[in-house]
Design a binder for this molecule. Sequence first.
Ligand code: NAP
Length: 246
Amino acid sequence: MQTVLITGCSSGFGLETARHFLAQGWRVVATMRTPNAELFPASEHLKVVALDVTDPASIQRALAEAGPIDVLVNNAGIGMFNALEGTPIEVARDVFETNTLGTFAMTQAVLPQFREKKAGTIINVTSTVTLRPLPLLSVYTASKAAVNAFSESVAHELAPFGIRVRVVLPGRAPTTRFGENARARIGDFPAPYADFAGKVFEGLRDATTPTTSSSAVAEAVWRAATDPNCPARIPAGEDAEIWFNA
Ligand SMILES: NC(=O)c1ccc[n+]([C@@H]2O[C@H](COP(=O)([O-])OP(=O)(O)OC[C@H]3O[C@@H](n4cnc5c(N)ncnc54)[C@H](OP(=O)(O)O)[C@@H]3O)[C@@H](O)[C@H]2O)c1
């Protein structure tokens, strides 16, 4: 039986992906900052483990508790909407700590076991905004574009050890907690950007445009984990497919 460890399983894509792998009969190590096993159906194949990807001691404890794994899904992430002028550098640093360095640190932490057994798959969840950038998302987009570039480089370095690296790029998913959490991180928009920001948000609220569901992301991660011939970058969601193929 194969084992997957997924970061950021308290909600959204991570939660749906963990449920999907469980339903497919995998062992699942569902990690989150505040463990809550009630989010899942009872299963002897499930371990819910505390993990903060920005904390090296937490990473080491979680991996020790997880035991051997076959697939790592770096899904934990935070959003950030604001004009660059309204973004304090410490907020930008937090976004990079979680989205970018958190992914580097988790990848680094699983490498010894993957290298030793000459197998393993690392799946990094980034975003289609890295392919078609939008305004007010410069810091977030840069944090995820760095993960795309990291994934492509490290994939070459790890291929000789039988380790695969894949990137899943979701589109916009209004049903997860992402937008709400990102909004909580916004200070006030700088006054010169307020009208423009209002129009951008109006566009984002347009209910007629296609979006991404959590199940589309779970299916894309599943494909990345189980199809040895899947491409290095996989779009997830109807809008993501459109952007990806434009
Ligand atoms: N929703 C979208 O439109 C969208 C589009 C493209 C890509 N993405 C990316 O998809 C991933 C999942 O997002 P989502 O939409 O499912 O959002 P979400 O519902 O807000 O889920 C994000 C998850 O990341 C966790 N997390 C945040 N900081 C963490 C840390 N330091 N250590 C461990 N876990 C942490 C959160 O846990 P807590 O409960 O502890 O906060 C939560 O479980 C993210 O990487 C996001 O950037 C989202």
